[in-house]
Design a protein around this ligand. Structure first.
Ligand SMILES: *Cc1c(COP(=O)(O)O)cnc(C)c1O
Length: 453
């Protein structure tokens, strides 16, 4: 019987993150008003300087600070597993591997950047972070990171999730964070959205506007933190792919296909960027697939253009795949995948033909998640189910063609806090939802008017 689990020891913990900027520079973000490239002065009002420096860095490897590596040891290196039992259920000749980021204390990959960001804020003498959270995973992770470094944490949580997922809020509060339903009346941006609809369900884009405003108006007392999308966040997540490369070596295989679900793009980047590097630099030919919900089809049906990263238009404008910053996604159950844009680096990879994108309906995705959970024991987060489903679809193709491909996917988090969604699925209450083209066209009418040099 071949092995199931490929573990690394503490001493194998990567010493550096991989910086995709070295191989694929992306256009600098633009100031929301002047439309000129953002400078350090503008960015340092809202972000710690150490993180801005990473966004602009061009070197291939960026050293992981020792205090961050020490914290990583609380859950890293994470296991890489061969899904033998799933392979058997599917009757596929494919070899399916998954990296389990669900073992972090907060249950997802988001802890990887949370502790790093808290470290850099502490290093420059900062006192507190403001942030947004959708389903609550990012808020939980940053609350933990801030708690480790004795920093405050103020979280704007999308109202729909605030009401649907109270347990996540209690996790954040247990780590000492303050949590507000967004849109809130605490910020001008929030009040503006509440005026439109006093029971506004909120969106990630709106919560981002609130978090940025709360930091920008704090006279330096607070800085703003984002849990995905930005280059430094994607950078911190590459620890996932660097470990996976070593673990695939232990398994004596190399993946033909690497898969991650994509909301803002960070866990996808985390597992895939080191494999992108191997493709770009060392002649590997791994297929790399980003998976999104058909209800929020940023990569598969969005436009590659300049758009605002938040709903109110106070964040920088980025070149990216977008559904328009006015896009209000339907209330699907994968809360972490309901964002109108996509990380500029992931967007550039897709535009350049280096990666592929697929979209699936949440009903099919949950079916696959349950199949996986019954075979392997781990019930994945609804977001991760998208990656699970794509891996299963590829494995089924292998069965039809009699091909023995090696498939690796990122299990970005466990689903133990998402049982209401599993229950809704079991009751047959999950809706099939294909976003209408008219709604996409409508939201794209309101793009910032950027005249490119
Ligand atoms: C937040 C989250 C995602 C989506 O965010 P990305 O930045 O695209 O990774 C995916 N899976 C889980 C478990 C999450 O918590």
């Amino acid at each position: 019987m071949s092995r199931t689990r490929f573990d690394l020891s503490e001493s194998d913990l990567p010493r550096s993150w991989y910086n995709l900027n070295a191989d694929l520079p992306t256009p600098a973000p633009l100031h929301p008003v002047t439309h000129q490239p953002v400078d350090l002065a503008f960015m340092s009002v809202i972000s710690p300087r150490g993180l801005i420096a990473q966004d602009m860095a061009r070197e291939e490897a960026i050293e992981i600070p020792e205090p961050v590596r020490e914290l990583y040891k609380l859950w890293r290196p994470t296991p890489l597993m061969r899904a033998h039992r799933l392979e058997k259920v599917l009757g596929t000749p494919a070899h399916i591997y998954y990296k389990n980021e669900g073992v972090s204390p907060v249950g997802s990959h988001k802890a990887n950047t949370a502790v790093a960001q808290a470290f850099y804020l502490k290093e420059e003498g900062g006192k507190a972070f403001t942030t947004e959270t959708g389903a609550g995973q990012w808020g939980s992770a940053l609350s933990m990171g801030c708690n480790f470094f004795g920093l405050g944490c103020e979280v704007y949580m999308v109202r729909l999730s605030y009401n649907q997922k109270p347990f996540r809020r209690f996790v954040m509060e247990s780590y000492g964070a303050q949590v507000y339903a967004s849109p809130s009346s605490r910020t001008a941006a929030g009040r503006q959205f509440l005026a439109l609809d006093p029971k506004h369900p909120g969106s990630l884009g709106m919560a981002i506007s609130e978090g940025i405003e709360a930091a920008a108006t704090s006279s330096g007392a607070k800085k703003y933190s984002l849990g995905s999308f930005l280059p430094h966040v994607l950078l911190h997540q590459t620890v996932i792919g660097e470990e996976s490369l070593k673990q695939m070596e232990l398994a004596n295989e190399y993946p033909d296909i690497v898969i991650g679900c994509a909301g803002g793009g960070s866990n996808f980047a985390g597992i895939t960027f080191p494999f992108v590097r191997e493709n770009l630099r060392h002649g590997q030919r791994t297929r790399i697939i980003a998976v999104e919900p058909s209800a929020c089809p940023t990569l598969t049906r969005g436009t590659y253009t300049w758009d605002s990263a938040d709903a109110a238009g106070i964040a920088p404008i980025c070149k990216m795949y977008t559904l328009g910053h006015g896009f209000v996604p339907p209330g699907i159950h994968a809360g972490g995948l309901r964002y109108h844009g996509m990380a500029p680096q992931v967007s550039a990879l897709l535009a350049g033909g280096h990666i592929e994108a697929q979209a699936f309906d949440q009903v099919d995705v949950f079916e696959s998640g349950l199949l996986f959970g019954r075979a392997e024991g781990v019930l994945p987060a609804p977001e991760s189910n998208h990656a699970v489903h794509a891996a299963i679809m590829e494995a089924r193709q292998c069965t039809l063609r009699g091909e023995r491909k090696v498939i690796l996917f990122n299990l970005s988090g466990h689903g133990n806090f998402d049982m209401m969604s599993y229950a809704a699925f079991a009751r047959g209450e999950l809706q099939r939802y294909d976003h209408p083209q008219a709604a996409i066209d409508e939201a794209l009418k309101d793009l910032p008017n950027i005249v490119q040099a």
